[in-house]
Design a protein around this ligand. Structure first.
Ligand SMILES: Nc1ncnc2c1ncn2[C@@H]1O[C@H](COP(=O)(O)OP(=O)(O)OP(=O)(O)O)[C@@H](O)[C@H]1O
Ligand SMILES: [Mg+2]
Length: 231
């Protein structure tokens, strides 16, 4: 579904990604783990065309998306939920959800299906984006992506700052989306959450992938966790 091969990228003169190679299989949930500053967000931004690739290539569903425009990558079916959870604060929940539809990008998910998936958003339909809690905003951004024709969802630290109950709720949502056939790449610092939702894990350290393992391998590998994640 998603393939990165020897991907390099820079911020100005700093070389940040130094040869990232990994793949997310169709229907799988994969995590990208690593300490602060390891290059997790930069990897996601590079996939989305927000940071230029200076070497290597990225393929989505067999098509080369290297250095394509972000909106074109999104239209191909890649949904990106950045760390800062971009909800439109002055628009209602309903407007936040229907905006992509009115821009002619409507996909498979009707507003009713989205509401059945996120009942809390239905009860908040007329609230403004700014009135939602962090967890509700996270759900709203995921919900908005579902109204577009998405096949791969990329989440940047979806559990950051959320209370444990909401973390469990986000874990359930990830599992239900997987059942819907959506592939996911999730950046996390919370390795318990990662173990609960993912099939496969990658660890990034200093701009390179230093570990790739199945969930069952990762769960029991205390050495790798203490070496690269500090858990
Ligand atoms: N806009 C930018 N300009 C210059 N350097 C940047 C920029 N954004 C990030 N960096 C640097 O790139 C490196 C990787 O940052 P990145 O945000 O990808 O890390 P991260 O793994 O997502 O960390 P965190 O866990 O803190 O979110 C860091 O050294 C960071 O200081
Ligand atoms: Mg980050």
């Amino acid at each position: 579904m998603l393939e990165l091969e020897d991907v390099h990228s820079h911020y100005g003169g700093s070389h940040i990604l130094k040869g990232i190679t990994f793949r997310v299989e169709k229907g799988q949930v994969a995590t990208l783990l690593g300490r602060n500053g390891a290059g997790k967000t930069t990897t996601l931004r590079t996939i989305m065309g927000l940071v230029p690739v200076t070497k290597g290539f990225i393929k989505f569903s067999g098509e080369d998306i290297t250095n394509k425009k972000p909106y074109r990558i999104a239209r191909m079916g890649v949904g990106y939920v950045p760390e800062e959870r971009a909800v439109f604060p002055s628009l209602s929940v309903y407007e936040n959800l229907t905006l992509p539809m009115t821009k002619g990008q409507s996909g498979l998910w009707s507003i009713d299906k989205v509401y059945s998936f996120f009942p809390i958003l239905k009860t908040r339909g007329l609230h403004r984006g700014s009135q939602l809690s962090g967890g509700e905003q996270q759900m709203l951004v995921i919900a908005r992506i579902l109204t577009m024709n998405v096949r791969l969802i990329i989440l940047d630290e979806p559990t950051e700052g959320l209370a444990p109950m909401l973390v469990r709720e986000i874990a359930q949502i990830v599992q239900e989306l997987k059942k819907e056939g959506i592939s996911m790449l999730v950046v996390e610092q919370n390795s318990r959450f990662a173990e609960e939702v993912a099939d496969h894990h990658f660890i990034i350290y200093n701009g390179r992938i230093v570990y790739s393992g199945s969930n069952s391998e990762f769960k029991t590998d205390e050495r790798i966790k203490s070496q690269y994640l500090g858990v």
